[in-house]
Write a protein that binds this ligand. Structure first.
Ligand SMILES: *[C@@H]1O[C@H](CO)[C@@H](O)[C@H](O)[C@H]1NC(C)=O
Length: 338
C-alpha cells in the first residue's frame, strides 16, 4: 500500500513492523468483536417495563420520551406535578407518571406499589436511577454538614433506597439497573457533596453488580461528561455560591479575598459555556443500550469530553488532575500573599 503524497503513511509504518502489525491486528479484532457483541439486542420491548427517576427535565425526561417512542412501557417518576403533566403531554398514553421524592422512603414505597400493580407477574425490566442534584458547589470550608447531606441524600442515599426497594421486582424479571454516576465519580473537580455522592454511586453499583449477577440482574453505570441540564445550570450554581459566601465569617472571607467569588464565577461561566454539550442524546443512547443490549456494558463514558479527556485523566496520578483544576480556578488571597 503506497502512501499518498503529503499523507502520513502511518498505516504503512505500522504494517512494515511485525510487533506493531500484531498489536494493530489484535486491536482491530477486539474492536470488531466489541461491535458485534454490542449489536445483539433483547426483544419484546412492549412487554418490558422501565422505571426512571428524575424525569422532570434533562436526561430522565429525554430517556422517558425516547423509550416511549420505542414501545417500552415507561413509568416516569417526577419530583413535581408540573414535570409529570408536561411529560404526559409529549408522550403516548402508554407512558405513566408517578410523583417521587427519592429522599422520602414512604414516597418510594408508594411508587413501588404502583409499579407492582403495573408489571404484575412480569416484574420490572429496567430501573434507571437518574435523579440528582449538584448544589451546593464551592470550596469545602464554605460549607456546613447540611450542605453535604442535602446532595448525598438525593444522589446516593436516595439512589440506594430506591434500588433496595425495587430489587424484588427486578429479580423477578431478571432485569437491568442503570445508575447515573458522572465523570465526577472518578475525578474531584469541585468541592461539596456532588463528587463524594457520585464516587458513592460508583462503589454501590460495583457491589450491586457482583451481588445481582447470580440472579441474572445486570447493572450498568453511566458516566456523563459535561452536559447542559439543570444540574450544570450556572445560574443556579452561582446563586447558591453567593448564598454560601454571604454567610461566611469575615476571617474566612478575608482569607479568600474580596474578588475571589467573582473570579470563581467568571471561570465557572466560561468553562461551563465551553464544556457543556447540548446533545443529551449522547447520554440517553448509552442508557438505552444498557437496557436493550443482550450484553450491556459495565461502564459507559458519555460525551467526547468524558471519553477522550476526563476518563483518561482519571487514570493518571492525582497530582495531574489537581494541577489541571488549580490552574483553572483562582487562588485565594492568602495563597497569593505567601
Ligand atoms: C422530600 O422529602 C424530604 C423528606 O421527607 C423533605 O424534607 C423534602 O422537603 C421533600 N422535597 C420535596 C421537593 O418535596
Amino acid at each position: 500500500m503506497g502512501s499518498t503524497e503529503g499523507g502520513c503513511g502511518c498505516l504503512e509504518v505500522i504494517l512494515s513492523h511485525p510487533t506493531l502489525s500484531f498489536i494493530f491486528l489484535l486491536t482491530a479484532v477486539a474492536a470488531v468483536r466489541r461491535y458485534i457483541r454490542d449489536s445483539h439486542k433483547v426483544d419484546g420491548f412492549r412487554d418490558k417495563h422501565v422505571f426512571i427517576t428524575g424525569c422532570d427535565t434533562g436526561f430522565g425526561n429525554l430517556l422517558a420520551r425516547q423509550l416511549d417512542g420505542k414501545g417500552f412501557q415507561v413509568i416516569a417518576a417526577c419530583l413535581t406535578e408540573k414535570g409529570a403533566t408536561n411529560l404526559r403531554a409529549e408522550t403516548s398514553p402508554r407512558l405513566k407518571t408517578v410523583l417521587l421524592n427519592v429522599t422520602d422512603s414512604e414516597s418510594i414505597r408508594k411508587a413501588v406499589e404502583f409499579v407492582r400493580g403495573e408489571v404484575k407477574e412480569r416484574g420490572l425490566w429496567g430501573l434507571v436511577n437518574n435523579a440528582g442534584r449538584a448544589t451546593p458547589i464551592g470550596p469545602t470550608d464554605w460549607m456546613d454538614l447540611e450542605d453535604f447531606t442535602k446532595v448525598l441524600d438525593v444522589n446516593l442515599i436516595g439512589l440506594i433506597d430506591v434500588t433496595l426497594q425495587f430489587i424484588p421486582l427486578l429479580k423477578k424479571a431478571r432485569g437491568r439497573v442503570v445508575n447515573v454516576a458522572s465523570i465526577l465519580g472518578r475525578l474531584n473537580l469541585v468541592g461539596g457533596g456532588y463528587c463524594p455522592s457520585k464516587w458513592g454511586v460508583e462503589a454501590f453499583s460495583d457491589s450491586l453488580r457482583k451481588d445481582m449477577s447470580h440472579f441474572g440482574v445486570k447493572v450498568s453505570i453511566i458516566e456523563p461528561g459535561f452536559f447542559k441540564t439543570a444540574v450544570t445550570s450556572v445560574d443556579v450554581i452561582n446563586a447558591d455560591m453567593r448564598r454560601l459566601w454571604t454567610r461566611l465569617p469575615q476571617n474566612i472571607k478575608n482569607s479568600y479575598g474580596v474578588t475571589y467569588l467573582d473570579d470563581y464565577m467568571k471561570v465557572q461561566d466560561f468553562s461551563m459555556g465551553i464544556l457543556c454539550s447540548a446533545d443529551l442524546s449522547k447520554v440517553t443512547r448509552c442508557m438505552e443500550h444498557a437496557l436493550t443490549a443482550r450484553f450491556p456494558r459495565t461502564r459507559y463514558g458519555a460525551g467526547w469530553d468524558a471519553k477522550l479527556f476526563w476518563i483518561p485523566l482519571s487514570y493518571l496520578p492525582s497530582f495531574v488532575a489537581d494541577f489541571v483544576v488549580n490552574t483553572l480556578l483562582p487562588s485565594p488571597q492568602e495563597a497569593k500573599n505567601k
